[in-house]
Design a protein around this ligand. Structure first.
Ligand code: ZN
Length: 74
């Protein structure tokens, strides 16, 4: 069983455009994260971040699925 709340996705810092890894749980909880440049980012579900997150998670799950399939061929 995969716990997707522990999946991390990357968001872009509005200040320095650096990618910051956050967990889906952090997005769901709408916590503030701090970039290494010092910029605080308030995570929000409603601005589409979570949609993007879920897309990324789906991709991650697909990658994992592909990896498992590859293992099965060994
Ligand atoms: Zn930054």
């Amino acid at each position: 069983m995969i716990d997707i709340s522990k999946q991390t996705v990357k968001i872009d810092c509005p200040e320095c455009k650096r990618s910051i890894p956050v967990t889906l749980k952090q997005i769901a909880d709408e916590v503030k994260v701090r970039c290494s440049c010092g910029q605080e980012i308030q995570l929000k579900d409603k601005n589409g971040t979570n949609k993007k997150a879920l897309r990324d998670v789906n991709k991650s799950l697909k990658d994992l699925d592909d990896a498992i399939k590859k293992l099965g061929r060994l």
